[in-house]
Design a protein. Structure first.
Length: 74
């Protein structure tokens, strides 16, 4: 079980948000409904989707490293 208040938990949750928002950006109906706001609370999800699509190689590598860390060291 990952504690959300630890550094590892914060990293895992942020990676999951970035990956989920990047996926939602590729689905047209979800993009119109969920990622149309660029400011405020929903703007965080919009910015996470931008990070996920522009830095997809880095995000994928970080997700793989975090999965390896969780499976082996935790």
């Amino acid at each position: 079980m990952t504690n959300a208040y630890s550094f590892e938990g914060l990293l895992i949750i942020s990676l999951l948000v970035i990956c989920t928002c990047a996926y939602m950006r590729r689905v047209p109906r979800l993009k119109q409904w969920f990622l149309s706001e660029r400011k405020g609370l929903l703007g965080v999800f919009y910015k996470a989707s931008i990070i996920g699509t522009r830095l997809h190689i880095g995000v994928a590598l970080t997700c793989s490293l975090m999965a390896f860390y969780v499976m082996i060291f935790k």
